[in-house]
Design a protein. Sequence first.
Length: 189
Amino acid sequence: MGFGAADTYEHEVNHDFRCVWNSFGKTELQQASSSIGRAAVSKTAGWGFDSLLACHLSGKRLNMTENAQQVESGGFLDTIKLLLSLGCIVGGLVAYYMTPELALSLRVLMVLAGILIGCLIGFTTVKGQTFWRFIQGSRVEIRKVVWPTRQETTQITILVFIFTALLGVFFWALDAGLLWATRAATGQI
């Protein structure tokens, strides 16, 4: 049940353009028109939110497979950088264990320097930059969290302790009841 060579799947993006995915994984933007007017379906329409459509394009032809491959692999130089990064981290650890005659603080500084240099080299790779963008996105999302007040935290903590105690008593009673039933069934009472 696949697409034939000439088969395409169309998804209307807006009233001006549409994305066409063909069986070879190519995505292209084509001029589209709508014969009927449509009202916005999203509750956020008109409130300054960006569209979350699957194919929000800027008027250029896209090849989704090639774009995904470019993001995943950074090439030979990135592999060398990642190996060098790993080498710096391992080098710092090896220096810690191979120099027991040095002061402990200096040995710890060698480990920290190896980790720092390794991370700096690692962040220059495609995977490192992707990881850094993930960290930045996580920081943005954590700012959106609504943290509970001190009173709410105290109330929830008390409820957790109460339910833990109740479940402890319940399972103790269940265990004692099953023990009694087992002894009665085997004639040990």
